[in-house]
Write a protein that binds this ligand. Structure first.
Ligand SMILES: Cc1cc2nc3c(=O)[nH]c(=O)nc-3n(C[C@H](O)[C@H](O)[C@H](O)COP(=O)(O)O)c2cc1C
Length: 377
């Protein structure tokens, strides 16, 4: 029995990842900011959405297939950009991108990755999105945009929700920093995880040395003018990520965004941030079909995806689960996470009487607040 056979859900995968990774690395991925309140709230918010079942529907054949931005996807899901994939597994970005291609879902390469745009395009293929930070040294961001265009990336996803460095005390406590340095507490932590040390860092050293992040760390004071400027430069699909208000969503659409990603960065920036699923309905309403609305932050079950789609999202993004899978078994671990999401979705879709993605709509959402508003009116 392989270790993956013992993973029945994403939480199991997280637990295995916790055992495999050095503590500083695991917490860098797993935790949020300050007191991890936003992470807990993301989970609470998903749980508080309840589904109404529709019965006596023929659900013998169900499908998670959908079309987003003209591309057929195996699931209404994309791999969210995460700067750490190459540190939890040797050439982790490539392995995650390959798993995404096999599942026929988009892979988003973070601009602060250890693998280059060109290597991902050449060696992984599939549907590729590039995440972009607009840095103070603007020309570095624009150079990435041009390289992604030349390499055939399908979409640009501009992240707006890191205007200042988040307060992540646990990283300082663990002695963990990026670019990765092995000093003090972090070095002891690494030595206590020889399998990770040999399998990841050892393999980099054996194959030419530790790759370095190509991009700087500091985000710019990005404004809507930058979005309009990027719109001019990028001819394909452009998304804006980190939207939590209807006003900002409308502004993004006015600047030419094809989609907004409702996100609190997985609770990693502002610990008091509202949960994305809570603000999704008002954003969907404000956008009014002029652009697509995607969502991330806290998706851990197939039912979470069903809820987001029923509330108007075209697809969701997932960050940590893929990294946990990757940490446990590389590409095969990421495959497993995606297959868990898929099978949980198929079960949920059967239970709510919606055999296709197009069937998922607001009628399956139970929201007491709306009901009481109606009664009061
Ligand atoms: C380790 C880690 C690194 C991340 N790095 C980036 C990044 O470089 N750019 C970005 O836009 N979002 C980044 N994110 C946020 C994800 O894209 C995504 O918004 C978040 O993980 C979604 O929440 P989830 O982990 O609950 O699925 C990162 C998330 C994690 C966990």
């Amino acid at each position: 029995m392989s270790v993956l056979d013992r993973c029945y859900n994403v939480a199991d995968m997280r637990e295995l990842a916790r055992r495999r990774l050095p503590r500083g690395m695991f917490e860098f991925i797993d935790r949020g900011a300050e007191d991890d309140e936003a992470i807990a709230n993301n989970q609470r918010a998903f749980r508080s959405v309840k589904l109404r079942t529709r019965v006596a529907v023929d659900v013998s054949v169900r499908s998670t297939e959908t079309t987003v931005f003209g591309r057929d996807l195996g699931l209404p899901l994309a791999i969210a950009p995460t700067g750490a994939a190459g540190l939890v597994w040797y050439r982790g970005e490539l392995e995650l991108a390959r798993a995404a291609a096999r599942a026929r879902i988009p892979y988003t390469l973070a601009s602060r990755s250890l693998t280059s745009i060109e290597d991902i395009a050449r060696e992984a293929g599939g549907i590729l999105w590039l995440q972009l930070y607009v840095w103070t040294r603007r020309e570095m961001s624009l150079a990435l945009v041009d390289r992604a265009k030349a390499a055939g990336f399908d979409a640009l996803l501009v992240t707006l929700d890191v205007p200042v460095d988040p307060n992540r005390e646990f990283n300082r406590r663990n002695g963990f920093s990026l670019p990765f340095t092995a000093t003090g507490r972090a070095a002891i932590d690494m030595l206590r995880h020889p399998r990770w040390l040999a399998g990841v860092i050892g393999r980099y050293w054996a194959n030419g040395g530790m790759p370095v992040f190509e991009a700087p760390d500091k985000a710019d004071n990005v404004t809507w003018d930058s979005i309009a400027e990027l719109r001019e430069r990028w001819p394909r699909t452009m998304m804006v990520k980190g939207i939590l208000s209807a006003e900002d969503a409308v502004r993004a659409v006015e600047c030419g965004a094809d989609a907004v990603v409702v996100s609190n960065h997985g609770g990693r920036c502002l610990d008091a941030a509202v949960a994305s699923i809570d603000v999704l309905p008002e954003i969907v309403e404000a956008v009014g079909g002029r652009a697509k609305v995607l969502l991330d932050s806290g998706v851990r079950r197939g039912t979470d995806i069903v809820k987001a789609l029923a509330l108007g999202a075209s697809a969701v993004l997932s960050g940590r689960p893929g990294l946990w899978g990757l940490s446990v078994a590389g590409s095969a671990g990421a495959d497993k996470v995606l297959s868990i999401f898929r099978s949980e979705m198929l079960t949920a879709m059967g239970q709510v009487g919606c055999p296709t993605i197009a069937d998922l709509g607001p009628d399956i959402i139970h929201r007491p607040s709306l009901r009481s508003a109606r009664v009061a009116a």
